[in-house]
Design a binder for this molecule. Structure first.
Ligand code: SF4
Length: 249
C-alpha cells in the first residue's frame, strides 16, 4: 500500500488515502486473454509500463498478488483505500476467488474504507450486499454509459454507490433513474459524483465542456448528491470538493 495524491481518496481525518493493489493488470471492457480491449490512454497501464514492470506491447495482464493481502491489516489508522487502482478487479475475466479474497480483507479491516471503481459495474451484482466500509463506483463518461452503470449499481446494496465521470466526454445531465414500470423498485440516484476532464501528463485537455460540467453539477445539486470536481476543472472555476457523509476534502 502507498499514500496517494488522488484528490478524492481522503481518509476520515482529512489525510491522504492510500492505494492498495492485491491485483494488477486489465484486459479492458469486453476484453479476453486472447483479445484484450484496453482503453486508449489507460493511465494504470502507462504507469506500470513506466515502472518497468511490464510493457504495453506485452501486456498489463491480470495478476493476483496474494502476499499483499495482509497490507491493510498492518495499518492501524483508519484509512481510505482505493483498491486495485492498477487493475479493474471487476472485469469479467477476474476469477471470483480473487474478488472474494479482497472482500474478505475489507470485512476483516472494518476501520478502513475500501473504495472500488470499475468500468464493468454489472460484475458487482452477485457479490453484494457489501460490507458497510466498502464503496462501489463506476466510471461513466457519457449519459449512455451512466444509464447502463446506474441500472447495475441500483441492483446492489452498498453504503456508498458512486459514479466517476472522468473523463467527461459528453453531456450527462440526468442522474435520477426513474422506477422501471412495474418493477416495484424505487427510483435510484448515486451517493456521490466525481467529475473530471481528460488529461495528458497531468494537463487538462478541455474536453469536458463548461456547460456539461455545469449541467451535471446542477443536476447533482437538485438531487442533493455531493459533487467532487477534480483538479483538472479547477482553473475553470469548478471547485466543489464534497465527499459522501457531509465531508469535504
Ligand atoms: S478498464 Fe481501466 S484499467 Fe482497464 S484498460 Fe480501461 S482504463 Fe485501463
Amino acid at each position: 500500500m502507498q499514500s496517494t495524491t488522488i484528490e478524492w481518496c481522503v481518509s476520515k481525518d482529512g489525510s491522504p488515502g492510500f492505494t492498495w493493489n492485491p491485483s494488477t493488470g486489465c484486459l479492458g471492457p469486453g476484453g479476453t486473454v486472447d483479445s484484450p480491449k484496453r482503453c486508449q490512454g489507460c493511465y494504470a497501464a502507462s504507469i506500470q509500463a513506466r515502472w518497468g514492470k511490464t510493457d504495453l506491447a506485452r501486456g498489463f495482464m491480470p495478476e493476483f498478488h496474494e502476499g499483499r493481502l495482509t497490507e491493510p491489516a498492518r495499518r492501524r489508522k483508519p484509512t481510505a483505500i482505493f483498491t486495485c487502482s492498477m487493475a479493474d478487479l471487476w472485469g469479467d475475466w477476474v476469477p471470483a476467488k480473487w474478488i472474494r479474497a479482497v472482500l474478505k480483507v475489507a470485512l476483516e479491516c472494518e476501520r478502513h474504507t475500501f473504495i472500488f471503481l470499475t468500468k464493468n459495474p454489472k460484475r458487482y451484482i452477485g457479490f453484494g450486499p457489501f460490507p458497510h466500509n466498502v464503496w462501489i463506483g463506476a466510471t461513466t463518461r457519457t449519459q449512455q454509459e451512466y444509464s447502463r452503470a446506474a441500472d447495475a449499481l441500483a441492483e446492489v446494496e452498498a453504503a456508498v454507490r458512486f459514479v466517476s465521470v472522468e473523463p467527461m466526454l459528453g453531456r450527462l445531465y440526468d442522474l435520477h433513474r426513474a422506477t422501471p414500470p412495474g418493477s416495484g423498485r424505487p427510483g435510484w440516484k448515486p451517493d456521490w459524483v466525481i467529475i473530471g476532464d481528460l488529461t495528458r501528463s497531468g494537463r487538462p485537455l478541455g474536453k469536458a465542456k463548461d456547460e456539461w460540467v455545469s449541467a451535471l453539477t446542477a443536476d447533482a445539486r437538485r438531487h442533493k448528491i455531493p459533487v467532487f470536481h477534480k483538479d483538472s476543472l479547477e482553473a475553470r472555476g469548478f471547485t466543489s470538493r464534497e465527499l459522501p457523509g457531509g465531508r469535504h476534502a
